[in-house]
Each structure stands twice: as structure tokens, then as C-alpha cells.
Design a binder for this molecule. Sequence first.
Ligand SMILES: [Zn+2]
Length: 396
Amino acid sequence: MIELEAQGQRLLLDCGLPLDGDANDEAVLPPVPGFSEPDPSLLGVVISHGHRDHWGLLGRALAGLPIFLGAATERILNTSAFFIRDLPAIAAAGHLADGQPLCIGPFTITPHLVDHSAFDAYALTIEAGGRRLFYSGDIRSHGRKGALFEKLVSRPPQGIDVMLMEGSSLGRLDEDARFPTETEIETALTDVFGRTPGMALVAASAQNIDRVVSIFRAAKRSGRTLVVDLYAAEMLHATGRDSIPQTSWPEVALFTPWHQRVKVKKAGRFDLIERHKSGRLYPEDLAAHPERYVLLFRASLLDDLVKAGCLSGAHAIWSQWAGYLKDEKTAALLAMLKAHGVGFEIVHTSGHASIPDLKRLAAAISPRALVPIDVAPKFYPASRSFWRLDLALSAG
Ligand SMILES: [Zn+2]
């Protein structure tokens, strides 16, 4: 959470929950007047993108605190609220859109659409009181929208006083290490699908749209249909883009596991299934020809697959952060896959910029002050959770 102040008014950039944090824990809530209790000098919160470590404290925000975020991010979060607990309904006070300035009190915000593993992610240039701040949000160059990173480097915002730069790779990665591109991930997946005799199960986040596109393209190159559950089908639908794989496409199919059918029935939300029914598959379809399918997989689908008897010759691919593999739940899932004779490997790339790319971005923006944020905890003294940086730079 970043708190900006100008002319006695304040604005928040993001209000994230640490990935291992509990939103109900008092210790995770920064002491920001107006966030949880009324204070009219707080004008609202701008959410750069839809990752929980950037919006996870929204549930703790005062009802009615204005929220600004991308329109697709709002749709994705509100759609996922049906499936995921503890997600507040969001009614945006305004939307971020690439290159379109947004005025909030004394702050003028210009969003820059960026390449990141979250869809509809923005970096922000913010002007107030004659000073300019650039916030990178989460950013990378090696995804499917890498051209946006190169555009930012070749035509950077000018006259930036302060740059708040994501530093996810800082302290966690070698200085010159680079990440595979999303296109290389697609090629690696195509290779795995080609040597898998049964169903390919790809464990990836359905909100990582770049990755879902890579999986779809690799499935198509392998002559397979991409199968998604109702949650993933709804995430793809919420992007609002016909150019993103949708269940209405002939190469994409819906498989609704038992627990989602029960959820839909209890809530009377049959409309959700209705709009994806054109390519609906049933357990017997998967069992008859498992070699025809690539399934966007998660643990909650395993029971249905076992009951369907479609795991013969199957292979699982972990296509998300390898850190999750240390979780107890994930370890249990891997053990179950192994017990069913399902092979396993990792095919993944980071959602964050490498250190050489961060250096290129910082050099291009050339701010008067550069502040890395989200860096490895070893850079912080253990005694402090929150920082106040007085960056009131005088002219000249
Ligand atoms: Zn992110």
C-alpha cells in the first residue's frame, strides 16, 4: 500500500495483502487515516492490477471508499467473487484506461497498460503539485504484451521526480538471470503435450490470461481441445475480449465438476453454465478419448477425474509459481497424482521483470529518485513493517 499526499489530500496506490498474510490480522493493516475509518482527506484507492498482493485489503476498506481500477480487472474480480470467498463486490468510482488521464482531487493519473501475468495491469504516472511520480506496478517484458514494455522504454514519461519500481526479482535472482518468454513456454508445453499419451493436466491460474493463451496455443498445435472448468470459463469471459480463448470457440470446451454444479444449483445461477454450453463435455467424453484434451487443472478437479476414470496415461504440468509446491495442500495433491500414476513436471516463467529489464526501465525513466518496492524481505530491518519516505523534492 502506497500513500501519496498533495495539498492536504491523500490517495492510495494499491492495498495489497502479503501472499502469506491474513486479511483479518490487525498487523497487516497499515495505519492510514481514512482507510478503515472516515477521513475525508483520503480520496480513494487506485488498484494497479488484480493480484491479491495489490488489492487483498479491500475487504478492510471503509464502505464507499472510492476505488479506481481497470474495467476488465473489475469484471474479473467481481466474477471470481462467486467462486472465491472473502472477495468484496467492487463498484468502481472510475476506470483506468491506457493513456487516458484521470483526475482525482489534486492528482492527475495517466495509466500505462503493461505486460504482467495479471490481465489489464497498469503502471501509473501521477502528477500533483507540480511534481511527477511514476509507479511501475508489477511489470515484465517477456510476456505476450512485451511490446508494451519496449514502448515504455523507448518513449518513457518525461520529467519524473520519483519512481516507485517493483523489485520482485531484487534479492531473489541473479543479476543477469533472464526468464523464458511466454512464447518459449508455449513451445515447451507443445513438446510435453506431444509426448503425453493421455490427458494433459496443466495447473495454472485461470486469471493468468497470458498463460491460458499459451496453453491454448500449445493445445491447438498438438491437435487437442483446451478444457476449462466453469471458473476458468468465467474468467476468460470476464476479459471481455473475443481475441482471448472462449468456450464459444470450437477448440475450447467446458467441463463442470460436481462441486461447481452444486454451487450453481444452490445459487440458482444456471445462466453461468448456459452461456458456456456450446462446447460442454461430460465425464464419459473425457474417459472415451483423454488423449484429445488439455485440461486447465486445479486440485478441486481431481475427484471428478478419478471418478471419470480418465487418468490413464495422463501427465501433469505445474505452470505457476514453484513456491506453492511447498504448501501442505499442494504436496498432498502431488502425492495423489503420483498414486494415480500421473507424471509431473514444471513449465513456468515469472510474471515479474528480470534485473536487466528493471535496469533498462529505470535508465529510460531516469527519475531523480528511484525507490524499489516489493523487494526481498532481507532488505528490510525486521523491526519495521511500514515506511514513510519524505520525498518532497524542492524545485531544482
Ligand atoms: Zn502482480
